[in-house]
Ligand binder design. Structure first.
Ligand SMILES: [Zn+2]
Length: 257
């Protein structure tokens, strides 16, 4: 049996999520996070080599991205360039939001990068984005002989759980998930999942009540009534993660921004 899990970082650090799974000999990376601070922290990908899981990072077969929060995609540029033979998989919404995070908000560049380096990094990021295969939820795909199905995971727009069926075992990686979502979009769905191994991200579970606290339907009502009165509305969010939620809510509420 070759199946095993090697948590590169997610189990030890908040904000640098990445797990390595060897399933029937196929080498899969689940998420590629980073943490922004004074210096940017990445998962220790070199441990895959020095602990003997791969001879070099270009032996990785697939990278599956569960959702577009920075702690799950922030090191994508770095690892995808090294894992040049890996198929990269995500839902369409996650791919769109990764572009927003890393290109439009410029989070794949650093404040001290000069103009030339910024341009070069954005160009390289575009090449990585072009490699991401959009996978529809609940539609299995075959990846190096492994059947992979993405399931809606709540949490944020586009977030998915990853169900992988190997020759001997099945694995469910939840990524961040929640039972409750903004305006009911992307609600979790499960159909007849029988998993042998469960890799669970429970980072947001404790925030269930807090998340419920912000009511986008009330926001919609309030904004619509102000617009009817001919007033202008300025919506301000204080974190990029919340910008993503807000943009998606505005799209669902069909507001012009
Ligand atoms: Zn998240």
């Amino acid at each position: 049996m070759t199946d095993y899990l090697f948590p590169i970082s997610g189990a030890n650090h908040i904000g640098v999520s990445s797990y390595f799974v060897n399933l029937s000999g196929v080498r899969i990376l689940l998420d590629a996070g980073a943490k922004k601070g004074i210096s940017e922290v990445y998962p220790d990908y070199s441990s895959l080599v020095y602990e003997g899981h791969v001879n070099s990072l270009d032996e990785l077969d697939a990278i599956v991205l569960s959702h577009a929060h920075f702690d799950h995609i922030g090191s994508l540029l770095y690892i995808a360039e090294q894992a040049k033979n890996a198929v990269i998989i995500a839902s369409k919404t996650t791919k769109d939001l990764i572009r927003m995070q890393l290109v439009d908000f410029g989070r794949c560049i650093n404040s001290y990068d000069d103009e030339k380096i910024r341009k070069e990094k954005l160009k390289r990021m575009e090449a990585i984005l072009a490699r991401i295969e959009e996978v529809s939820v609940m539609q299995p795909i075959l990846c190096h002989g492994i059947k992979i199905t993405l399931y809606p995971a709540g949490h944020m727009a586009g977030a998915t759980m990853t169900f992988m069926e190997g020759k001997e075992q099945t694995v469910l990686y939840t990524g961040d998930f929640s039972m409750d979502t903004i305006l009911d979009m992307n609600r979790p769905k499960f159909y007849g999942l029988h998993t042998d191994i469960l890799i669970l991200n429970g980072t947001n579970a404790y925030r269930y009540k807090v998340q419920n606290h912000f009511n986008y339907k009330e926001l919609d009502k309030k904004v619509q009534s102000m617009l009817k009165k001919g007033q202008n509305v300025l919506l301000k969010s204080t974190s990029i993660a919340k910008h993503l939620d807000l943009f998606y809510a505005l799209k669902l509420m069909k507001m012009d921004t």
